[in-house]
Design a protein around this ligand. Structure first.
Ligand code: PLP
Length: 755
């Protein structure tokens, strides 16, 4: 069962609302503008819903229009206010400012800017600062209100749940002629608004945030407040909002309002506060160190916004989703990086909090069983992380064996570990992951045999000393072993980790001290950690003071002698998320590299050609074009996305199918393996451990399809692309991820149109 904790984004439609909507579609389907009986019935229904809404909102006077949602309500309010302000242009007391709360939903500032420009007003659109508690700076507002034409403040914030001090805002606006819009979307059903008792001029609402369907909303307009219709046409809604009314939406909204008024299913504030307290306990137990990003006593009891030190919102979202708990990132996540939340930034919270926030929100009709189950799942999420060594207690799941990769801003750090001997090495440590690495190694009871750098860095110091400090108790010999500048134990030819062993290969070029570490097992070479000498799609720069450009070409040839054209290279940077590369992959489309490897180009000529490129291109461009003509990153035009119909073909096909779940162990532990039938070979290979399995997939018969799956389809797309780039053409990812598995899109799209 899904535990949906993202009610601030949208809610399911409640049963009464569904029934009401269906009835208007099937039976009472009249147009309220028609004057026959069917139409009159529709009008009566609409009037009844409007009447009920007036009661719920405390708005016996003024207009209450049905609109499509809050965004339309906001446009209408802003257009109305700004049209009136246009009339006052040039007057001595004409306002100069349009103010909006710094944490307002984007619909508000964007509407202000849009209509300000379109109406040619040229007013200054300025954000009202908020304090660390997320509430408006009322002193600032008082100072600026006299020059403002419109002030927009939300009743409660959608990301944090912070409730605005509407009475305080009203007091700060005293004496100002500014119009006042209160975005009341998140307050509906959760806070009493008493609209008519306040000087609020405009208040937009959205049905889908409170168990009604998407596409229905309301706009309250105070009696006497300026009004300009956004939509002109057939004159519906007293010509204030033309267009045939959304009767099924209105009926559904009416059913929700009736339930709210009658207390049917809706919980009182004390109950909701009790629910929140239980969720808070579960969260704190699951994620020690968790901080809430807004003071709970100022927030809607139905919204919790938190951050956990060391855990990104992406990681937490993946984790919750695996447990079938839907929450949202408090910040907008792109595939590669989480963008910090502008709401939390406006509150002046530390960067780590703004970039790793998670929002959990439930609806006011939640019940105790739902909250119980939510708490149990949250606790299970915490346990899963602890089992995977995200805590200090010993973990139980998938002890590190082989190579685990950590990536921060395209920089790669590797943990090479052997489960049998419980020994490990870290290559190219990164400050952002050191603490977590030390914790994971400690939790698994491994000895840290060495912390190695592949080269000294031109622009920053190595973070190896920091990791050695954090993991001093885990270091072999207590950290007393003499080391060379890259961390290699002096006087040792190889570092052995049980069946694995590491040796060095000097590769001067990117820097004079650039070194590859070759990882071998009983079968031979597994892979080489090559730092910035070769990256997927690029050669390392050689224009630093510590570079050795003339040595670059000979180093590449030495690398090829050691690893061969198909030896797997684990890079120090992975700008295109391609995981790993080989010299033969890099040579395809990189004429300079092939020529230098074939010995067809002298070291000096190669250095000169490379230097020309380095000078002619910016850093990022260089990193992806280092060796001359090649396809730009991401320009892989062959699609590796597999729709479900094609999946069916693969399942039936002769090649046998390998399905690889690339979710991390803490996710896999929480969810069940998809049932794919007996002919499918299923593997769980977390993205962070992909490198270990690449050679075995590359060794598969060319016709054997490998299908990667993950939660949303992002990670599996990278894996498919990486394997395809390395030469296995039958690499696929499941479009839309496991969310659409095994049935891609239930409902209408499944209808057989021919039937
Ligand atoms: N205002 C707030 C506070 C919201 O949370 C939302 C929806 O996320 C909106 C406005 C926009 O609402 P709608 O999707 O109905 O246009």
């Amino acid at each position: 069962m899904e535990i949906y904790l993202d009610a601030n984004a949208t809610t399911p439609v409640m049963a009464q609302a569904r029934a009401a909507a269906l009835a208007t579609m099937a039976e009472d389907y009249g147009n309220p503008s028609s004057i026959h009986s069917t139409g009159l019935k529709a009008r009566a229904l609409m009037d009844a819903v409007r009447g009920r809404a007036r009661q719920v909102l405390g708005a016996p006077t003024g207009q209450l229009l049905f609109v499509s949602g809050a965004t339309e309500g906001i446009q209408t309010a802003v257009l109305s206010a700004l049209s009136a302000l246009r009339e006052r242009r040039g007057a001595p007391d004409a306002p100069e400012l349009l103010l909006y709360g710094a944490t307002e939903h984007k619909a508000v500032p964007e509407a202000l800017k849009h209509w300000n420009a379109l109406l040619g007003l040229g007013l200054q659109v300025v954000a009202i600062p908020v304090g660390p508690d997320g509430r408006h700076d009322l002193g600032w507002l008082r100072d600026h209100a006299p020059r403002a034409g419109l002030v927009c403040t939300m009743a409660a914030n959608n990301e944090t749940g912070v409730i605005s001090d509407l009475d305080g805002i009203a007091a700060a606006l005293e004496g100002s002629a500014a119009l006042w819009m209160v975005d009341s979307v998140q307050a509906l059903g959760k806070l009493p608004l008493h609209l008519a008792q306040r000087r609020i001029d405009y208040a937009p609402f959205s049905g889908h945030k409170l168990y009604a369907p998407k596409g229905i909303g309301m706009l309250y307009v105070r009696e006497g407040a300026p009004f300009t219709p956004l939509l002109a046409g057939g004159g519906q809604e007293g010509a204030q909002r033309s267009g045939t009314e959304n009767m099924s939406g209105i009926a559904a909204l009416g059913a929700v309002l009736a339930a709210l008024q009658g207390g049917l299913g809706f919980k009182n504030p004390a109950t909701l506060v009790g629910y929140r307290a239980r969720l808070v306990d579960a969260l704190q137990e699951a994620f020690p160190g968790l901080v809430f990003n807004a003071p709970l006593d100022l927030c809607l009891p139905t919204t919790l916004n938190f951050s956990v030190p060391g855990l990104s919102s992406k990681l937490l979202l993946d984790l919750f989703d695996a447990a079938d708990v839907r929450v949202s990132g408090g910040s907008a996540c792109s595939a590669a990086q989480a963008k910090p939340s502008f709401v939390l930034e406006a509150m002046g919270l530390p960067v780590w909090q703004t970039a790793s926030a998670v929002r959990l929100s439930f609806g006011p009709a939640a019940d105790a069983d739902f909250i119980d189950e939510a708490c149990a799942r949250i606790r299970a999420c915490g346990e899963s992380l602890r089992d995977c060594c995200f805590g200090s207690t010993p973990g139980r799941v998938m002890p590190a064996d082989g190579v685990t990769r950590f990536v921060v801003d395209a920089a790669c750090c590797y943990l090479v570990a052997d489960e049998q001997s419980r020994r490990c090495v870290v290559i190219d440590p990164l400050p952002e992951v050191n603490e977590r690495l030390a914790q994971q190694i400690r939790c698994q009871g491994y000895t840290l045999a060495a912390v190695l750098d592949t080269h000294s860095h031109g622009d920053h110091a190595s973070s190896a000393p920091e990791l050695r400090d954090a993991a001093r108790d885990l270091l072999e010999g207590g950290g007393a072993t003499p080391l060379d500048p890259l961390g290699w134990p002096r006087g040792t030819e190889h570092i052995s980790l049980g069946a694995l062993s590491l040796t060095r290969l000097a590769l001067p070029g990117h820097t004079e001290d650039s070194t590859a570490y070759l990882l071998r097992d009983a079968q031979g070479l597994r892979m080489a950690f090559v730092g910035d000498t070769v990256m997927p799609g690029a050669l390392g720069r050689s224009d630093f003071v510590q570079s050795a450009p003339l040595a670059f070409g000979p180093s590449l040839r030495r690398l090829e002698e050691a690893v061969g054209p198909h030896g797997l290279l684990a890079p120090g940077h992975d700008y295109d998320q391609r995981a790993a590369t080989t010299l033969s992959t890099e040579c395809a489309g990189q004429p300079l590299l092939s020529r230098v490897l074939r010995g067809a180009m002298e070291a000096a000529a190669f250095a000169a050609a490379k230097s020309e490129l380095e000078q002619g291109l910016g850093l990022t461009e260089y990193q992806t074009l280092a060796c001359g003509a090649r396809v730009a990153p991401g320009a892989d035009t062959t699609s590796h996305e597999l729709e479900s119909a094609a999946l069916h073909d693969l399942l039936q096909g002769p090649g046998g199918l390998v399905v690889v779940d690339v979710r991390e162990p803490y996710e896999q532990r929480l969810s069940t393996t998809p049932d794919l039938g007996p002919d499918v070979h299923y593997q769980a290979v977390p993205m962070s451990r992909l490198l270990n399995a690449l050679p075995s997939w590359l060794a598969l018969p060319a016709e054997t399809p490998v299908l990667f799956v993950c939660r949303s389809g992002n990670r599996s797309a990278y894996a498919a692309h990486a394997l395809r780039r390395l030469g296995h053409a039958q690499s696929w990812n499941l479009a839309g991820g496991l969310a659409l598995w095994p049935k891609p899109m239930p409902g209408l799209l499944d209808i057989d149109l021919a039937a």
